[in-house]
Unconditional design. Structure first.
Length: 649
């Protein structure tokens, strides 16, 4: 019994010692609070995560989060973040597919780049920031972009060095507020008359050359179309017969948000008996002066009142507007000189003593709804709230009429047929009086459109990094596209992307089978179109198979002239066919490469040989080898004609 107790004690002690020594770091007492904050996240786009020192798991980070000494920061495809160093104006832009280890030694920051691309900007002195790659220090000066490959090779682009392109603008990582698609890119002009090319893309890996109709280098400016969001751009020109490129630039294009009217809303009827009412709005992207315009016509030509309002989102006219119909809008100017306008909204001023009907809110005028696969759609009706009343909602359409009562200022109705509809709402007070002048709104219910996929490829092979899959579809709706991608056909835990155009570059995080679906939005943000499920597979590229010849011959007989040709049945257009002629001693006598599926040899000397063939794929890898025997006869294998004897008399 004593031996058993001793053995159990030794086992427990061993397990306890193992747990103490080998337990994961996140079980230890180290906490974020015990570490020093060295930076803060100032901007963030898409998928960015952080691995805290001594921890195994990666967790997402958000704008405003602190970065601590020992943290690793990782950005996924089409993702980026900017961190602001503590006690400094310096910033570090971490681009997509990057991993950076942040540390601090006394008064020095250290950034150990494991892979990816960063941009250092600001006044951070070199003796305050050490930049490392694989433990080796990287020298840099001023605003600098550093790229590190997976093999540890580094590339440094200095924004301060003298080059063919100087003073590029907009500056790197600048936020540009503009409603235009055409953005002006400028640089210090040169006297040399050379053509300029511009490359633009959502990622440094997706840069595409765009047509510019021959812009000369000495003009110093280019108009280039860009999408909202992050855009990368680069200029190039020819110098002494060689292509010279500018530093890779980054621009965040932000669409301004126009002001939106809160009161009065479209077609609202306002009581104008006692005192002037306030015009109210959301300012959108305006940061200062907003202009309020009131007119008698929709074209805003017959202006009744025009006021500049600064630093507030309401305005009260000095006098009550006369009874009648009016239109109003708001506008403000951007630093670029562009003017941003709100929609033109109509309203009516009424003078009377009756209870006005509540103003309809949604559906808005000319809204569109689309029937789902079940041939029905749920429409939410909402109106402005009034006190101590009961509401009556009336809906009329093509061969459709419905009247509902509600105690609240909203209700949901299921509609199951396409057509044009009109709705209005009135109220009834506690003493039984019914409201007057109900405003009417019109909306449509339509059959759902079908989005056609333009991408047909089903398998995407990769060699080192997972590929970027460009998904394309046909866009027949006015709004943006909602793209959902999932690893399961039921789309549970699907990734969701807002795609403003009709294509999207998707970088998978792992290999496997993926499922994608696109939903199109109309101008009101309602789903108006949907696609079928498109499935595709991501897998490591297999080596090419052995070439397979027509009729699969084991032995080839050449002609008496030493010529032969043979076609392969399994060659892809992107592969090369490599054929070697080997003699009896195993020496390679000749090697030829063919871009098509037929190999040809001419003028071979008589003898017996081996023909070894294999394919070289688009990754320059050689596949399996196929071996065939070859005989080149000394004379024709066709028997000579026999000559009958001649009788002599």
């Amino acid at each position: 019994m004593r031996r058993i107790l001793i053995a159990l004690g030794i086992s427990v002690f061993g397990l306890l010692l193992t747990w103490i020594l080998l337990r994961p770091q996140e079980w230890k007492t180290d906490s974020v609070n015990s570490r020093q904050s060295v930076a803060v996240v100032s901007t963030l786009s898409n998928d960015v995560s952080r691995q805290e020192e001594g921890r195994l798991l990666w967790s997402p980070i958000r704008k405003g989060d602190k970065i601590y000494a020992g943290d690793k920061i990782k950005t996924a495809g089409l993702s980026s973040t900017t961190i602001q160093f503590a006690d400094s104006k310096s910033k570090l832009d971490i681009e997509e597919n990057s991993i950076v280890h942040v540390s601090q030694d006394k008064n020095k920051f250290s950034l150990n780049m494991l892979e990816g691309r960063v941009f250092i900007q600001g006044d951070q002195a070199k003796d305050q920031l050490n930049l490392l790659s694989a433990g080796k220090k990287i020298d840099y000066a001023g605003n600098t972009a550093i790229s590190i490959s997976q093999t540890g090779e580094s590339r440094i682009e200095s924004f301060n060095e003298e080059s063919l392109f100087k003073d590029l603008n907009p500056a790197y990582s600048q936020n540009l507020l503009s409603a235009k698609n055409e953005i002006e890119l400028t640089w210090r002009p040169e006297e040399k008359a050379s053509e300029v090319n511009v490359y633009i893309g959502e990622s440094p890996l997706l840069l595409k050359k765009i047509p510019l109709n021959g812009t000369a280098f000495h003009s110093g400016k280019i108009q280039a179309e860009m999408r909202p969001g992050v855009n990368y751009w680069q200029l190039s020109s020819m110098e002494n017969g060689k292509e010279v490129k500018s530093t890779l630039m980054k621009l965040n294009l932000i669409r301004p948000i126009p002001p939106t009217q809160i009161f009065p809303v479209h077609k609202e009827i306002v009581m104008g008996n006692e005192k002037p009412f306030d015009f109210k709005w959301n300012k959108g992207s305006s940061t200062g002066l907003t202009t309020l315009i009131i007119a008698k016509d929709q074209d805003m030509a017959k202006i009744v009142q025009k006021e500049d309002v600064r630093d507030q989102t309401f305005y009260a006219p000095e006098k009550i507007l006369p009874e009648g119909d009016y239109f109003w809008k708001l506008s403000f100017s951007l630093p670029s000189g562009e003017t941003v306008d709100s929609p033109v909204t109509s309203f009516t001023v009424h003078r009377g003593s009756g209870l006005l009907s509540p103003a309809p809110l949604i559906p808005m005028e000319k809204a569109k709804f689309y029937l789902s696969a079940g041939n029905e759609t749920e429409v939410k009706f909402e109106w402005k709230r009034q006190d101590n009343v009961t509401y009556t909602l009336k809906i009329n359409g093509d061969n459709f009429a419905r009247e509902l009562e509600s105690q609240s200022n909203f209700t949901t109705v299921t509609l199951n047929r396409p057509g044009s509809y009109r709705w209005e709402v009135s109220s009834r007070s506690a003493d039984g009086k019914v409201s007057i002048l109900p405003a009417q709104r019109n909306f449509d219910v339509r059959n759902e459109n079908k989005v056609a996929w333009l991408t047909t490829q089903k398998v995407y092979n990769y060699l080192d990094n997972l590929p970027i899959v460009i998904l394309r579809w046909q866009k027949n709706y006015n709004g943006s596209s909602i793209l959902k991608i999932s690893s399961t056909p039921d789309f549970k835990e699907a990734e969701t992307f807002n795609a403003p155009g009709k294509d999207f570059p998707y970088r998978p995080s792992q290999d496997g089978i993926f499922y994608a679906r696109v939903q199109g939005l109309d101008e009101y943000g309602t789903v108006s179109a949907s696609s079928d499920v498109y499935d595709f597979e991501i897998k490591s590229a297999p080596l090419p198979p052995a070439p397979l010849a027509v009729n699969n011959p084991k032995k080839i007989i050449a002609s008496s002239a030493g010529d032969f040709s043979l076609s392969m049945t399994n060659q892809k257009t992107v592969w090369l066919l490599i054929a070697q002629l080997v003699d009896a001693k195993g020496g390679v006598m000749d090697e030829r490469r063919f871009s098509d599926s037929t190999m040809k040899f001419n003028g071979l000397l008589p003898g017996k040989y081996l023909v070894r063939t294999n394919f070289q794929d688009e990754f320059n890898r050689k596949g399996e080898v196929s071996v065939m025997e070859l005989e080149v006869p000394e004379k024709s294998k066709i028997a000579a004609p026999k000559i009958k004897g001649i009788k002599v008399r």
